[in-house]
Design a protein around this ligand. Sequence first.
Ligand SMILES: Nc1ncnc2c1ncn2[C@@H]1O[C@H](COP(=O)(O)OP(=O)(O)OP(=O)(O)O)[C@@H](O)[C@H]1O
Length: 273
Amino acid sequence: MVATVSDLTPREQASEVLLKVENVELRFGGVRALRDVGFEIRKGQIFSIIGPNGAGKSSMLNCINGFYHPTSGTLTYKGQPRKHMRPYVTASQGIARTFQNIALFKGMSTLDNIMTGRHLKAKASLLENAFWFGRARREELDHRRFCEEIIDFLNLQHVRKTPVGTLPYGLQKRVELGRALAAEPELLLLDEPMAGMNLEEKQDMARFILDVNDEYGTTICLIEHDIGVVMDLSDRIVVLDHGEKIGEGTPREVSNDPKVIEAYLGVQEQESA
Ligand SMILES: Nc1ncnc2c1ncn2[C@@H]1O[C@H](COP(=O)(O)OP(=O)(O)OP(=O)(O)O)[C@@H](O)[C@H]1O
């Protein structure tokens, strides 16, 4: 069941629905990765999707960015229902993502990796780019300036020229966030941004996620197994289990929901004890 408006805070009620997911079903042969899933993400929210391994979280993110196409159900982004949209089209409409396993160009520098996030913003023609004159030259300089701002924002100045493959894991994750931000997304999908990080790296990443949401006004959809982080950051949480939505609400509502405790939070506590 999608949350009723009365469940939302006044700030959330005042903001428009950016993404509406209705009755989404996703099958891989006999596997039903998602079953009748529905929720709404409002502009400005930090929205999290949680649940045990194999619950369907990444599948949901892949449906949102067009990597998978739901077997049935509807995704409506900015009021427009979408049908079989490819990732580059969703990207051009303002949806960017990071991946569970870092997907960067390891031999390239931090700056060059972040610059790759700008390619959809390029308008210069092939000819202009080939000879690097006129619009191509101006664009390149603008993109570079924009990426340098992101590097400052994410505190990456000291590694701006370093090949990312040589950076510690936490910094690589931060570069990946920078590359996603370079696309100036309205909706940023983060797939386990804290995975494999130590406590200090997690605290840094949590701070950056809050700052991105606050300073850039970016709406965030987060998948994360670190429940402490999820509870601290999220405005709203949806809980999946075996492809089904078993709970939704504020962090407080979700953490007190017996169904969610039984399926996920209780198990998490036992594992970390
Ligand atoms: N490309 C695929 N082909 C076949 N089955 C898939 C595919 N992608 C996902 N699945 C199946 O769909 C189900 C949901 O997987 P998904 O990766 O979405 O779960 P998850 O909640 O993200 O898990 P985790 O927390 O371990 O990343 C699993 O049973 C998985 O094996």
